[in-house]
Design a binder for this molecule. Structure first.
Ligand code: NAI
Length: 317
């Protein structure tokens, strides 16, 4: 069993994201109980987690102080929802992105969990208020939206419903920080949270620059990967501006007119349909054919491992 038994965590849904959460919690000695509607999926998940933990140990990437076998001993699978969630410190729901399904799953959790349990959803897109209004413990409900792959990309967006207790939001943030993630706390729900709002703003402008024939696909992507993105892995956009002048006030003094006059020319939001979709797809596929996506994802994950090591080194300086 778990050598430094921490409290109980329930994971509901044992796919890609459920497995990641299980590993993040087990690294700190939490007793993790994984439930899935498909018993066979639980077996697959446990075998996958065990293999991932062993590989992480071999490559020196394993989180926490326990070894891989000890961490794996902290994770149990169960075919009974109640066993996974009853009296848990926190339940992390990771079922597919379907509102009706999430409403149903949370109703089931609500009936058996207990009122001291934090109800945390991994949803990427749904407002917490749209699938917690029917729960008797809705004051304990919150969204904790991770970024893939969570083992290397630490951000978690913590988004409350209007009825979420502030103490629940605070405690959730503390738990996320304890397991080594970087939590950001929203004061209220907003479409796209922050990650997708910013991602879409960039994507919208990128679309227009390609659509207007200003830059081709390979070159527009270099603007991020070899330009802006180089610093964004270390500094946010606001601190970037702060450093690019003698502070943010001077930055605005110097650049306000330029920023405003460029930005007010921005075109309306694209609908992401029509011939530009196939034109962009064709250029992307010439570089990375669809049957090579997996290989490129593996390379991306290797890059993220190295980048997260570099970030740790640089933060220690
Ligand atoms: P997935 O499809 O890999 O896994 C979903 C799991 O839920 C499956 O194992 C399925 O058997 C199980 N499931 C289905 N119905 C269930 C039920 N009634 N009770 C218990 N388990 C049930 O999905 P994935 O990618 O792990 O996504 C899960 C959630 O995480 C979604 O809300 C998604 O939006 C969110 N998310 C996903 C990210 C990603 O990159 N994949 C990133 C951030 C959030």
């Amino acid at each position: 069993s778990c050598p430094i038994p921490n409290k109980k965590i329930g994971i509901v849904g044992s796919g890609l994201i459920g497995r990641s959460w299980a590993m993040l919690f087990a690294a700190q000695g939490y007793k993790v109980h994984i439930f899935d509607i498909l018993p066979q999926q639980i077996e697959v998940a446990l075998a996958d987690i065990e293999g991932q933990l062993q590989n992480l140990e071999k490559s020196g990437q394993l989180r926490g102080k326990l070894n891989a076998a000890q961490q794996f001993a902290c994770i149990k699978g169960t075919v009974r929802l109640e066993d996974a969630v009853k009296d848990a410190l926190l339940v992390q729901e990771c079922v597919p992105e379907n509102l009706a399904l999430k409403r149903k799953v949370w109703k089931g959790v609500d009936e058996v969990a207990g009122n001291n349990t934090i109800f945390s959803s991994s949803t990427s897109t749904f407002f917490p208020s749209t699938f917690s209004d029917h729960l008797k413990n809705k004051q304990n409900f919150i969204v904790s939206h991770p970024v893939n792959p969570p083992y290397y990309v630490p951000l978690v967006e913590i988004v409350p419903a209007p009825w979420t207790l502030p103490a629940v939001a605070k405690k959730t943030r503390e738990i996320m920080e304890e397991i080594g993630q970087t939590a950001v706390s929203f004061s209220k729900e907003i479409p796209g949270f922050a990650v997708n709002r910013i991602q879409y703003a960039i994507l919208n402008e990128t679309w227009h620059l390609v659509n207007d024939g200003v830059l081709n696909v390979a070159d527009i992507d270099k603007v991020m990967s070899d330009g802006l993105g180089m610093r964004y892995a270390f500094l946010g956009i606001l601190e970037t501006t702060h450093l690019n002048a003698e502070g943010f006030t001077k930055y605005c003094d110097s650049y306000a007119n330029t920023m405003y006059s460029v930005s007010k020319e921005f075109k309306p939001t694209p609908k992401y349909e029509g011939p530009t979709v196939s034109a962009i797809a064709k250029q992307l596929e010439a570089n990375v054919p669809l049957d090579k996506l997996k290989a490129k994802r593996d390379w991306r994950d290797k890059c993220l491992v190295k980048l997260s090591q570099l970030k740790k080194e640089m933060e220690a300086e």
